[in-house]
Write a protein that binds this ligand. Structure first.
Ligand code: GLP
Length: 241
């Protein structure tokens, strides 16, 4: 595990974007694993700028997002599909038919999870997986106690995560308690993993991820097993290391 500590969130986004730039210059038909949450937004802005400057193109890229709320379809403003369209896909030359987000409106969510795994395999696996981290150490929606070998599946959200993410929902708006998420085993199969974290609220989770024991109590600690995991954090997120 490589840990890169930078001054602030802007530096984290720029450093992360540069990794994606190099990947897309080297392999224009890369398979990217993408993430939601507030942390990757600045990185997506950088990628939009770089693609506008013709540093690389998204035309050949395939993407798989980590997770989605179960019960929200892609038109719902709080869905992760909607988020990805707004934050990245609508602004770059990507073929949207090659962008996949787990289907939050699946009639048969269990079958949809198996299909998602098969689609990742059929695409040749993920070249780089981008991750944020929850304050409780979750990656994707793999909450504490998730099996370290887990695959894409339906996962119940913890109260901590529901509360943390309630800021995105209006008062009284329905907020799902279930998700579809890639598993920790799925994430570990990506050829490279890039985790971004900024701010003091992530400091405990980062300390547990980097210096704690390998444990399902901190799902991100599973990245200690990955041969090419890069943790890019600002000074605040690094403050408990
Ligand atoms: C959600 C997402 C995670 C993300 C986390 C942290 O729970 N499922 O993928 O890492 O939020 O989000 P933020 O970056 O907003 O702190």
């Amino acid at each position: 595990m490589k840990v890169i500590i930078l001054k602030d969130a802007a530096a984290v986004a720029a450093y992360g974007a540069n990794i994606f730039k190099k990947q897309l210059q080297k392999k224009p038909d890369s398979v990217l694993g993408l993430a939601t949450g507030s942390t990757p937004v600045a990185l997506y802005k950088e990628l939009i700028k770089l693609s506008e400057a013709k540093e690389f193109s998204f035309a050949g890229v395939t993407t798989f997002n980590l997770d989605e709320y179960l019960g929200l379809d892609g038109e719902h403003p709080q869905s992760y599909r909607y988020f990805m369209n707004e934050q990245l896909f609508n602004h770059v030359d990507i073929d949207k038919s090659k962008t996949q987000v787990p289907p939050g409106n699946a009639q048969d969510p269990v079958a949809a999870c198996n299909d998602y795994e098969a689609d990742i395999d059929a695409a040749g696996g993920i070249d780089i997986q981008l991750l944020g981290i929850g304050r409780n150490g979750h990656i994707g929606f793999n909450e504490p106690s998730s099996s370290l070998a887990s695959r894409t599946r339906v996962k119940t959200l913890t109260l901590d995560t529901i509360n943390d993410n309630s800021r995105f929902f209006a008062d009284g708006e329905y907020q799902p308690h279930l998700s579809i998420t890639m598993g920790i085993g799925t994430i570990l199969e990506s050829k490279k993993v890039v985790l971004l974290a900024t701010g003091a609220s992530k400091a405990d989770a980062i300390a547990a991820t980097v210096e704690g024991p390998l444990t399902a109590a901190c799902p991100a600690s599973a990245l200690q097993l990955h041969q090419d995991a890069v943790i890019i954090i600002d000074e605040e997120a690094a403050s408990r290391l």
